[in-house]
Design a protein around this ligand. Structure first.
Ligand code: TYD
Ligand code: MG
Length: 456
């Protein structure tokens, strides 16, 4: 008789325990252990069978191993290439997480349709083939070599893989898969872990890149055990404000590249469009100067971009002034206001201050401090800042304007976009050749210098 064994799994981190416990000893969460049945009998290993021809597993000398670096597959999607570190690595396992409805399926389908000349298998457990077809028609492109499979059992998926021999595999989503090695329901911790590990072995043994789409939970983490994130090579987070059309693809883990990269897309009625020049969307179009607006030159990952900071300062209607901020850390805003009050004598303590970063993106680059302060002062004094002026510097606690990294790149981006003047820290000018650029570089040391230069 088949022996069945039950184990308790922490639904938060995936830790296991032979009996129920109230508090998980590895992640510290309470009440997260759930009983799951684990079959230990040996079913035939479909993955191993599939790849047995290629599986000559023996130790190899480093010098004998061929580097796979130059073999990256161009995904035909520059933003995806960028976040993956230069293209799809053969045999890599990539997890794409994001809130429901953010566009994960759309993104992967569009990529599958664009990768002409490669055989692609798109496995979906969430939508019917007709629904996929409707979406294909909506995004308006097609690919002769893209197969759609509506299946959730990994055994059947591998049987189809054996027939089709895809060169890229997409799983939408990992939470819908189930394997018959384990008896618990699809979406449970042990199922997710086992299915992901089958996919991992498949991708490593056959060198086929696998994309897993994953759901995220209410608090923003990827649903399923943390182990899922450890198992894959790359974790991409697809995020964005639903009220804005912009979507950001962010790398949170990458074995083959930098994790500070960022891809930007725009969701339109015909699918996702790559945004090659983010500044174009992050700076609002306006004909006349308005007060309270300042442009910052910032860097996300390796990518310089200009963003618009909008501030509104008005007399507090009630006793306690309000401070609110969108896209910028509220504590940092409070700190900058305190610096303005204490070091420069601006009476903002009795004013309401609202701050907004246009385009719905979140920025934590300290180099936008100076633009934040300038926008606040511009609104408070009701004097406009010229549209051709931008800022790039950090502000310190004593009101000093501090240097930031990669200032040349920020200046170059501002120049490229037609700005005529950029304010930077005086301490950033060492070794900087300002004659080579056509933009006026204005070094400043204190908030008062900026104020004097801008508003008098
Ligand atoms: P979807 O890819 O289904 O999201 P996920 O797989 O992350 O749950 O995206 C669905 C959303 O995208 C839906 O709200 C409609 C919108 N959308 C467009 O605006 N334009 C399009 O061309 C498509 C296909 C979807
Ligand atoms: Mg989906």
């Amino acid at each position: 008789m088949a022996k069945s064994k039950t184990v308790f799994f922490c639904q938060n981190c995936g830790a296991q325990s032979p009996k129920w416990v109230g508090k998980c000893s590895s992640c510290g969460e309470w009440n997260t252990f759930v009983e799951e049945v684990v079959h230990k009998e040996n079913k035939e290993d479909v993955v191993a069978k599939l790849s047995s021809a290629k599986n000559k597993n023996k130790p190899q000398l480093i010098s004998e191993i061929k580097a796979g670096n130059e073999r990256r597959i161009n995904s035909q999607n520059n933003e995806l290439n960028r976040v993956l570190g230069g293209g799809i690595v053969p045999g890599s396992l990539v997890l794409i997480g994001g809130e429901p409805g953010i566009g994960k399926s759309t993104l992967m389908l569009q990529i599958a349709l664009k990768l002409k000349g490669l055989r692609i298998l798109y496995v979906t457990g969430e939508e019917s083939n007709q629904q996929i077809k409707m979406r294909v028609e909506r995004v308006g492109s097609t690919n002769e070599d893209c197969y759609i499979l509506n299946e959730t059992s990994t055994r059947n998926i591998f049987l189809q893989i054996e027939k089709i021999q895809p060169q890229i595999l997409v799983i939408d989503s990992i939470q819908t898969l189930h394997t018959d090695i384990i008896d618990s329901s699809a979406g449970s911790i042990s199922q997710i872990r086992e299915c992901a590990s089958e996919m991992q072995r498949f991708s490593k043994m056959t060198d086929v890149p696998v994309f897993l789409i994953g759901h995220i939970t209410k608090d923003g983490g990827l649903a399923g055990p943390k182990i899922l994130e450890h198992m894959v090579d790359t974790v991409l987070q697809f995020e964005g404000d639903r009220n804005h059309g912009y979507r950001i693809l962010r790398t949170t883990k990458n074995r083959f590249g930098s994790t500070s990269e960022l891809g930007i897309y725009e969701m339109r009625s015909d699918g996702l469009r790559e945004v090659a020049n983010p500044s174009e969307i992050l700076i609002s179009q306006r004909d006349e100067n308005v007060s309270g607006v300042a442009i910052a030159s910032t860097i996300e990952g390796l990518r310089p971009m200009l963003i618009e900071i909008q501030a509104l300062v008005s007399s507090a209607a009630y006793g306690t002034p309000q401070r609110s901020s969108t896209g910028f850390d509220l504590r940092r805003l409070n700190m900058l206001l305190a610096v303005l009050e204490k070091r420069s004598g601006f009476r903002l303590g009795v004013k309401d201050v609202f701050l907004n970063i246009a385009g719905g993106i979140k920025v934590d680059d300290p180099a936008i401090d100076l633009a934040v302060i300038s926008a606040i002062l511009s609104s408070s004094e009701d004097i406009t800042i010229d549209q051709k002026v931008c800022f790039s510097a950090e502000v310190g606690l004593s009101g000093e304007i501090r240097p930031i990294n990669r200032v040349e790149q920020r200046i170059a981006e501002a120049e490229k976009l037609g700005f005529e003047q950029i304010f930077i820290s005086k301490f950033n000018t060492k070794g900087l050749d300002t004659k080579r650029v056509s933009i006026t570089v204005t070094p400043v040391a204190k908030i008062e210098d900026v104020f004097r230069l801008l508003f008098s």
